[in-house]
Write a protein that binds this ligand. Sequence first.
Ligand code: FPP
Length: 263
Amino acid sequence: MLDKLIRKKGGESKAGNAEHPELDETMIPRHVAIIMDGNGRWAKKRSLPRIAGHHEGMKTVRKITREADRLGIKVLTLYAFSTENWKRPKPEVEFLMRLPEEFLGTYLPELVERNVRVRMIGDHAHLPMHTRRAITKAMEATAENDGLILNFAMNYGSRAEITEAVRSIAKAVAENRMSAEDIDESLITGALMTAELPEPDLLIRTSGEVRLSNFMLWQLAYTEFWFTETLWPDFDESRLQEAIAVYQARNRRYGGVDKEDTD
Ligand code: FPP
């Protein structure tokens, strides 16, 4: 099936590799967003504690960041902790809150070297101090980088994000800084935490679950979705390439019709 998706033959390109057909370099999604799911099941299958799955998942974050950079993706948003994940057992939450520290403690030099810029969306203020410190340090250390944006959604919930945007707009109207007639889609887009980012072109969710779980509800309006049974710790370069190949074969019409279908 993937054979059909071959766009170019021969010659190594930035986007291609030996295992997969070459991807069309001109159609690499600018922004890929991933709901990283299945860490717990990965661990359970091996009779390991759930946190072992999260730790393995952290290694996949490194692998996929490198591959996204190699492929020329501009923004990689990873759903690392939702506003609903606080409901998990305390030791699991504490472990998840330590992961940014471990990840950035180990890989920050590599991210700096690769010109990656670390960003975060979500409620920063209510994260534990050590988590906040690790993320702030990484954001500061990479602030001048202009390569791949590695955007962690951490303590993120889309409804909370939209609610906050509505509140800030309502306040501006109440204070006569703008009128209700000035409110349009671009104003709302600009009031979200993703204001400076392009909308995701491709959303990936691993582990066979087919739902959005309060992730980027506004931003995903015209995004292409790709779901895989692969559990996040098993997700790899080859799966990412497969997702992009499927994306490249899709026909994005944004609510319009193809030229040849106009009569
Ligand atoms: C969902 O799997 C996964 C999470 C809630 C955590 C995702 C976090 C990582 C992959 C590591 C993040 C790394 C950094 C550097 C922040 P699940 O536990 O719900 O899996 P299950 O559905 O199989 O139980």
